[in-house]
Ligand binder design. Sequence first.
Ligand code: SF4
Ligand code: SF4
Length: 486
Amino acid sequence: MNVVPPPIKTDPEQPSQSMYADHVTVYPKSVDGPVRRVKWAILFVCLSIYYLLPWLRWSRGEGKPSQAVLLDIVHRRFYMFGAEFWPQDIYLLTGLLILSAVSLFLVTSMFGRVWCGYACPQTAWTDLFMLVERWVEGDRNARIKLDHAPLSLNKLARKSAKHLIWFGIAFWTGGAWIMYYIDAPTLVREFWTGQSSAGVYGFIGLFTATTYVLAGWSREQVCTYMCPWPRFQASMLDEQSLIVTYQDQRGEPRSVGKRHDGNTHLGDCVDCGVCVAVCPTGIDIRDGIQLECINCGLCVDGCNSVMKKLGLPPGLVGWDTLADQKLRKQGKPREVPHYLRPRTMIYMAALGVAMAAMVVGFFSRPTLAVEAQHDRAPLFVMTRDGGIRNAYTLKLTNRLATANFDLSIQGLGNADLTVAESGVAEAPVLHVVGPGDDVVAYRVLVHVTTPALENGSHKFNFVLKNLQTGKIATYQSVFLGPGIAN
Ligand code: SF4
Ligand code: SF4
């Protein structure tokens, strides 16, 4: 039986409430102080590395790219200074991702969202775009005034200049990203002479557009609505994590310009609103821990400058742990933050294991490998002499210099080998060349005249020996004959 739910009662007196709030533009005010200077320094270092790294050259010898950091998709290589990674090294990338994730967990559990506030690309480019905005349109009040002013030549000129510079930065950013995939000088030359592929123009356009929109227009909304990190970072924070907080026991009740009138019941916060005005996400730190807070600490600089003017000690807004806040409210002295606690020790242990695994994995990468794939059809061929022949596609991976190799069979009686359609006579040992720093494929025929096959199949090993270094690589395969189970 279908049950019809009762109609939802609405109060005709009450206006209906929207599920969505209107976007409120944030006009962050410039601020100076130690935190801001540290942020500028980190921004400068991070962006310099990003823009300049593709131009750094690295000599690798004839026929190799000379870019220090390059992800060469066409040749399936990743070059990073003296190291060269192959697709087979993908596990190292997995290790690197695990390492980054655990490092982020550890740093967040100790110092809150410092990644978000200082090193996240969204924060860095938004900061850069805001710097341009401030430079062209002025500080907070001037920008608010300009936005609310009717269209004029001055407004048009300033807005156009700002967007033009933003677009230039976004274009440079998108182009720099592609330089990590294509040799930088070659890309620049081909781009401006119209020789780049449509894909290159398309990707540069895409990254230019995303940088322009995310850093110029979306800004704090990316952190608040799009980024998943704020949602689950709460699980990494605890009472001992260092976060930006407001000392409400010291600041409340707020005194609006009444601080010096002898009223001792008033707190140190003069409700000047500087901490809100300088906040890039437009929140009020005095409302407590909020998802929007990226822990950038600009409100610390803002409030400390106010405290200095009032002749009061700094730190009304500052870094603190929730445990310390509790102690202060009880009138007890602060504790030294407990950096070593079960949570951080687990993260440190995981970090240590991941790093050790990465180092071992990196230095034990094989320089020689052989793989063989049996032909799917036919599985075997009966030869005139009563023997059996199987065919394999053999892949020889040689990370060192070009060398001669001996290929032989182990565990298959008297087997002879040759390369299909090469005209080379069958022999127990096949001589092949392995080009340096490359993977080469040979179609190898294995011929056995006196096979001893159980159930029509027999396991054996291909043995590949570098004649210069003596290094050996093996690969287990199977030889098939009549009687093989279907
Ligand atoms: S409240 Fe303070 S620390 Fe948090 S985002 Fe705003 S300025 Fe940065
Ligand atoms: S800057 Fe400091 S004094 Fe001014 S409103 Fe914020 S907390 Fe209060």
